[in-house]
Structure formats: C-alpha cells, structure tokens
Design a protein around this ligand. Structure first.
Ligand code: BES
Ligand code: ZN
Length: 424
C-alpha cells in the first residue's frame, strides 16, 4: 500500500476512534454496512445498496460493533444510530439538494476583463509563504498563525473595499477557518462559495509544509480574490471565499460551517472546492471528481473550462469523501471538486515533509489554470460586473430604486447571517 494511502487509513482510523465514543445509550435501529453487520452477527431487517438496517436492543454493546468496524473494515464506528425506522430510512436517502440555478454563461465580457490580470508569480508567492510555515496543523501554534496570516493577507487585498469583510471563525481549535465575504448587490441572500483547506498534516514528523495539500488551493482562491477585488468586481450574489480549518482530521472545519449554514438556512447556490491544484500528474489538466459532487454544476464547470480556461479535462472519482466538498454535498448543497490529476496519479508526497513546492516543479503553472477556473466560476455564478461594466450588466429585478432597497436588505441579511467578528 502506498505510504500516503496507508497514512490516510491510519489517520481516518484515529479520527474514527475519537468520533466513535459518543454513541447513544438506548438505540432502536442502526444503519451499518452489510459486511460489518455480518461480522458482528447482527440480525438484518432490510438492506439498501450495501447498507443494512438492524434493530437492536437497548443493551447491545455498540462499542464492540464499533471495534469490529474499525479493526476489520477501517471505518468510523461504521454505523449510525436512529430512534425509529423512519429515521433510519431518512439517513439512507440521498441529501435533499437545493434547486440548482440556471447555469448561464453570460458574463464573458467581465470574465475576459479579469482573467488577464491573474498573475502566476503572485500565486506562487502565496504557496511559498504558506508552505514555508513549519506546520499548519489545526491544533498547533503554526495552524493558528496560518489563520491570522491569511486573514491579514485577505484584509490587505480588500483595502479600498469597505463592503468586503474578513472573519476568523472560531471552531474550538487554535486554528480558525477564514472567511472573506463580497456582499452581493441584488441577490445578496444567494451565496457562492469558493474554498480550500488551510491545515496541513504529517503523522511522522512535526514538519508539514503541505505545499500542494493544500497551500496550492488556498493560494489559488487567494489569487482569485486578488483579481476580483483589484478589478472592482461587484457580484449580484454574495461570494464567500473560505480557508477551512481541520480538513485533514475528518473535514471538521467545513462540517461545522455547513452545520451552521443549514441551521440558519443560508442559501448556498454553489460550492467550488480547490484541494491540490499544483501537481500535474496526468495527461489531462483538470479532473472533476464525480462523487460527492453535483452533476449539473460539474457540467457548468466543464463549460467554464472549455469557454475560459483553455485546458483539457476529464472525470474521475475519489471513492470516498476526500475533501471539504463532501461536507457541502452531505449538507445538500451543489459542490464541485476540480482536481490536479486522476486520483491514482495525484501527488504521492502529500502528508509528508516532501510536500514542497519543488515537488510541484517550483512553479505555479498548473495551479494558474485553476485560478482561471475559479475566477470564471465566481463571476458566472456570482454574476454582476466590474467597475464600468456594472451598468451594462443585465438587471436582476425591474424598477430602479426597488433594486437599491433589495441590495440594502440583502446587505443587512448578510450582516445578520454572519454575526461574526470582523478582523481589523
Ligand atoms: N487533499 C487530500 C485529498 C486527496 C488526496 C484527494 C489524494 C485526492 C488524492 C485531503 O487533504 C485529505 O488528505 N483527505 C483525507 C480524508 C479526510 C476525510 C481526512 C484522505 O484523503 O485521506
Ligand atoms: Zn490531505
């Protein structure tokens, strides 16, 4: 087994063990893999696509089932606990997906005005700075320092744009997730998310440069932010750019954000996850992961690549929820994950001291394609325009002053929605 794969397995097992301790005392039903159900000699009531629903007595030893799932099948707990059969059925149903927007490509003038300002030297510089930090592990001082460094960097990019906010989201660890918001004008309650993960990990040594995993993704979205704001871009929908904490330990930072957004009914219309963008391992440039993503949005993304990026693309799958797009997917939000290579050809040095810029060729030639894609995604889904072109953009609602009231209400909604501390 490849070292990275083995490490991932070990890590997932550790996360599993940690997460497996909090089970309910008096369950009625479990949903569990049919293989685990058989190994644990559980009596199966129904099966659905390899998942069994089993009824259990109150005194069933859940820890023992968890141990079997963990030791024999490398799974977290391996089951979910439900109070009723209806609840068990609900857990097996695919997530209720938000109605996808009509993916029009009608901002070519705006996209083509902004794209030439992307700068691979800037992108490279950001990867260099992030990967020069000894570690960005979510529970370390380095992880915390990475958050404050990135928030300050994004804040500088937002100088001259008082409408743009940068927040540090405290999720209970030294490292914070970082969220930048460009409020929409007209459709502010609809949110477009671009993200990558800020943390890095190395289970063997303290050093975790994470140049590809995922300084590359964070640097890519940072470059998108830089050009959007430098171009005086104003979206109709609200755009949020996120650097998630604690991805490497079970997608925990993004999961927490998704849980919060669901609770507050935030209308996220689309999510783009950039995790590993700078190692060209396959024949084609951009690989869209088909699993844990939204097919309609993926087609929109391939159209963006064909129209604006000038790169080749293919479809592949991780085979498991390999990054933060899975948190959004599970929450019912349309997500896409354009990736640097076929899964099997991805950078083998991740999670080690060798995940350095040198391993990715010491340039940002691959990542810049993802910056083009991210910029096109933000503009074609966020709509709106830049400086002089804003007036020429198709209106989203009729009636002049009416529109301004809507914009103001939208800004208020975003303010309420976030209710978080602004970084000064
Ligand atoms: N960037 C990786 C995911 C990845 C690795 C995708 C190799 C494709 C090829 C991510 O940071 C990661 O390490 N994810 C974990 C799973 C997560 C749930 C902890 C993994 O892949 O083991
Ligand atoms: Zn990783």
């Amino acid at each position: 087994m490849r070292y990275a794969t083995a490490m991932r397995r070990i890590l997932l097992s550790l996360v599993a063990l940690a997460a497996c301790r909090g089970s309910e005392p008096t369950p009625r039903y479990l949903t569990v893999g049919t293989d685990v159900a058989a190994a644990a000699h559980l009596v199966t009531a129904e099966t659905h696509d390899g998942v069994a629903i089993v009824e259990v007595a109150a005194d069933t030893d859940l820890e023992a089932i968890s141990a079997i799932a963990h030791d024999q099948f490398h799974r977290c707990g391996g089951f979910m606990v439900h109070d009723s059969l209806a609840e068990a059925h609900a857990a097996l149903a695919p997530p209720v997906v938000r109605a996808t927007p009509d993916y029009t490509l009608d901002r070519a003038d705006v996209v083509r005005a902004v794209l030439p300002t992307l700068d691979r030297a800037q992108l490279l510089g950001t990867i260099r700075e992030l990967s020069a930090m000894p570690t960005r592990y979510y529970r370390s001082e380095g992880g915390a320092a990475a958050s404050t460094w990135l928030a300050a960097r994004w804040q500088r990019l937002a100088a001259g744009r008082p409408d743009v906010t940068v927040e540090l989201v405290d999720q209970g660890w030294p490292q914070k997730s970082v969220v930048l918001t460009i409020p929409g004008r007209g459709r502010a309650s609809e949110v477009v998310v671009l993200g990558g993960h800020l943390d890095s990990i190395n289970l063997r040594y303290p050093e975790a440069p994470g140049a590809d995993d995922d300084a590359s993704g964070v640097a890519t979205v940072t470059e998108v932010v830089r050009v959007l704001l430098a171009s005086d871009y104003h979206p109709e929908r609200t755009i949020q750019v996120m650097a998630y904490a604690a991805e490497e330990v079970g997608l925990r930072g993004s999961q927490e954000i998704v849980r919060d957004y669901k609770k507050r009914n935030v209308d996220v219309v689309g999510v783009l996850q950039l995790d590993m963008t700078n190692y060209q391992g396959s024949d084609k440039d951009i690989w869209l992961m088909k699993d844990f993503t939204n097919a309609a949005q993926n087609t929109f993304v391939t159209n963006l690549i064909d129209t604006y990026v000038g790169a080749t693309w293919g479809l592949d799958a991780c085979g498991y929820g390999c990054s933060d797009h899975a948190s959004w997917y599970r929450g019912g939000f349309p997500a896409s994950m354009p990736f640097e290579a076929r899964f099997r050809d991805a950078n083998k040095k991740i999670h080690s001291r060798a995940d350095t810029l040198e391993t990715s060729g010491d340039n940002a030639d691959h990542a810049i394609k993802f910056a083009r894609l991210g910029t096109a995604f933000a503009i074609e889904l966020g709509k709106g325009g830049v400086g002089a072109t804003i007036a020429a953009s198709p209106p989203v609602s009729s009636g002049g002053s009416h529109r301004w009231w809507l914009a103001l209400a939208g800004l208020g909604a975003v303010g309420l929605m976030l209710r978080r501390r602004r970084v000064s």
